[in-house]
Ligand binder design. Structure first.
Ligand SMILES: [Zn+2]
Length: 441
C-alpha cells in the first residue's frame, strides 16, 4: 500500500475553504461545518492469502450539533454558508478512549521524583497514605494536565479511577469532578469511586456511598482477598452499593490465581440472579486470567461474555500473558488504559492507548493487515471503521463527532506507525491540534 500523504506544508498552509455552491436552503446550526477530503476506509481487498490491502476513499463529513450529520463522497455541492476545512486526505478515525487511568494522583508536569523500590501493594499504599494530604490541593491542576496529554494523543474520553480512602475521604473526588466538569466540552469522562486502601478492611463503605452521591459514576473495588481481607464480604459490599445506586462496577483485580477467579465467579452468579447487572461489570487488570490454561481461559471468557463483563487492561508486557485474544474471541469487550502516568506507582505511562494497540500486536503476533487494522478497537474502546469482513461501520450519520485526523493510509498504518494526532475533535469541537487547512498560530 502506498499512502499518498499531503505534505505538512500543504495542509498547514491552506486556508479554510469558502464554498460557494449552494445545494440546500435549510439553515445549518451555527456550529455546523464540513471536513472535506477526509480519508475513510471503505473495505478490505483480498487475495488468496486473505486481506491484501485496506481500501479507502475521500469523503466530505458534515458535523453539526456535536454529531456527524452526513457523510458523502467528496466534491458534492455544499450550502453557500457552509464553513469547510480541507483535510487533504488525512485519515479520520474514531477518537480514542482511555478506560483506566488515575487522573487524581500524578506528579505529571512537576519536577522528576526518583522512583523508589516497590514493596508490593501494601507498601505502595503506605507511601500513598503519607503523600496524599500534600497532593490534595493540586488535584485539579494535575488532572487537567493529564487530560491535555490524553487529548494530544487522540483520546477524548477517560474512565478515571479516583481514590476514596480514610486519608483523603472524598477530597480527590470533589476536585477531580470539578476539573472534569470544566473540561467536559472537549473531554468526556466517567469516574470510578476507588477504595484503593481497601473497602471493607478500611471501613470506607459510607465514604463510597458519599462518593456516589457526589458524582462518581461507577462503584470500584479492590482485590477482595489480597487487600480487602475476605472475598465474599468484599464482593457483596461492592454489589450492594452498585445495587443501591443502580451503578455499574469497575473492580481492580490484581490478585493472581484462584482467589481472583473466585471473585469473578461470585459476581457472575449474582448477574445471573440480577440481570440488570448484565453488561455493567468491568474488571481492571484481571491478572488472575494469566495463569489459566488455554482451555480454562476459554471457559472463563465464555462465562464473562455470558455475564456481559468487560476487561480493562494495560496490555502488560510481563512474563505472563493476558489472554486478550480468547476474551475478544468470546465476545468480552476488552478496553485499554494508561493506569498510571508518572506517580509513586509507576513512571512509564504515556497516556497513549494507540500504543496499547501497538503493544498488543507485538505480544499476540497480530502482524497482518487485518489483525493490525482490527486492533484499533483496543484504542477506541470498541469502534473500528471496518468490520472483520470489511463492512463499513464508522462513521455513520448520527454518530458523536469524536474523531482523530492522522497522516496515515489506513487503521493498520495508524497502529503500526503511531503518527502524531494532528487534529482531535470531541463533540465537534477542537480538543487538540489545529483544524485541517488552518495554519498553526
Ligand atoms: Zn488502576
Amino acid at each position: 500500500m502506498s499512502p499518498s500523504h499531503p505534505s505538512r506544508r500543504a495542509v498547514l498552509g491552506a486556508s479554510v475553504l469558502a464554498l460557494g455552491a449552494a445545494s440546500s436552503s435549510e439553515a445549518a446550526p451555527a456550529d455546523a461545518y464540513v471536513l472535506r477530503n477526509v480519508r475513510l476506509e471503505t473495505g478490505y481487498d483480498h487475495d488468496a492469502e486473505g486481506v491484501s490491502a485496506t481500501r479507502t476513499g475521500l469523503f466530505d463529513v458534515r458535523i453539526a450539533s456535536g454529531r456527524i450529520a452526513a457523510v458523502s463522497p467528496t466534491g458534492a455541492p455544499l450550502p453557500a454558508e457552509a464553513k469547510a476545512y480541507d483535510a487533504q486526505g488525512l485519515l479520520m478515525l474514531p477518537a480514542f478512549r482511555d478506560m483506566h487511568i488515575h487522573l487524581d494522583k500524578t506528579f505529571y508536569g512537576d519536577p522528576w521524583v526518583a522512583p523508589r523500590v516497590k514493596h508490593g501493594i501494601p507498601g505502595q499504599i503506605a507511601i500513598e497514605q503519607r503523600l496524599e494530604p500534600g497532593m490534595l490541593a493540586g488535584v485539579e491542576v494535575h488532572a487537567e494536565r493529564l487530560v491535555r496529554l490524553c487529548q494530544s494523543r487522540g483520546t477524548t474520553f477517560a474512565r478515571s479511577q479516583c481514590n476514596v480512602d480514610p486519608v483523603i475521604g472524598t477530597g480527590n473526588l470533589v476536585r477531580l469532578k470539578q476539573a472534569l466538569d470544566r473540561l467536559a466540552p472537549t473531554f468526556g469522562h466517567e469516574i470510578v469511586a476507588f477504595p484503593q486502601h481497601g473497602l471493607v478492611s478500611a471501613h470506607v463503605e459510607s465514604l463510597m456511598r458519599e462518593a456516589m452521591t457526589l458524582g462518581a459514576t461507577h462503584v470500584g473495588g479492590i482485590d477482595p482477598t489480597a487487600v480487602d481481607g475476605g472475598m465474599e464480604r468484599s464482593v457483596d459490599t461492592v454489589l450492594q452499593i452498585a445495587h443501591d445506586f443502580k451503578a455499574p462496577i469497575d473492580m481492580h483485580l490484581h490478585e493472581p490465581g484462584p482467589s481472583g477467579i473466585a471473585a469473578i465467579k461470585r459476581i457472575a452468579a449474582r448477574v445471573d440472579q440480577e440481570p440488570s447487572l448484565k453488561g455493567r461489570v468491568t474488571f481492571s487488570h484481571c491478572f488472575c486470567l494469566e495463569a489459566l490454561s488455554e482451555a480454562e481461559a476459554k471457559d472463563m471468557a465464555a462465562l464473562m461474555a455470558q455475564a456481559g463483563m468487560s476487561v480493562a487492561s494495560t496490555v502488560p508486557m510481563g512474563p505472563a500473558v493476558m489472554p486478550i485474544p480468547a476474551l475478544l474471541d468470546a465476545g468480552v469487550p476488552v478496553y485499554t488504559g494508561t493506569d498510571t502516568v508518572v506517580d509513586f506507582w509507576g513512571v512509564f505511562g504515556q497516556c497513549d492507548v494507540l500504543l496499547r494497540a501497538w503493544t498488543a500486536c507485538q505480544i499476540y503476533g497480530w502482524k497482518d493487515e487485518l489483525s493490525i487494522s482490527q486492533s484499533l478497537r483496543l484504542a477506541t474502546g470498541g469502534p473500528t471503521p471496518l468490520s472483520v469482513t470489511g463492512e463499513q461501520l464508522w462513521p455513520k450519520a448520527g454518530d458523536p463527532a469524536h474523531v482523530v485526523l492522522v497522516r496515515a493510509a489506513c487503521s493498520a498504518e495508524a497502529v503500526a506507525r503511531m503518527p502524531p494526532r494532528d487534529c482531535v475533535i470531541h463533540a465537534g469541537r477542537l480538543a487538540h491540534g489545529v483544524m485541517p487547512g488552518t495554519a498553526r498560530a
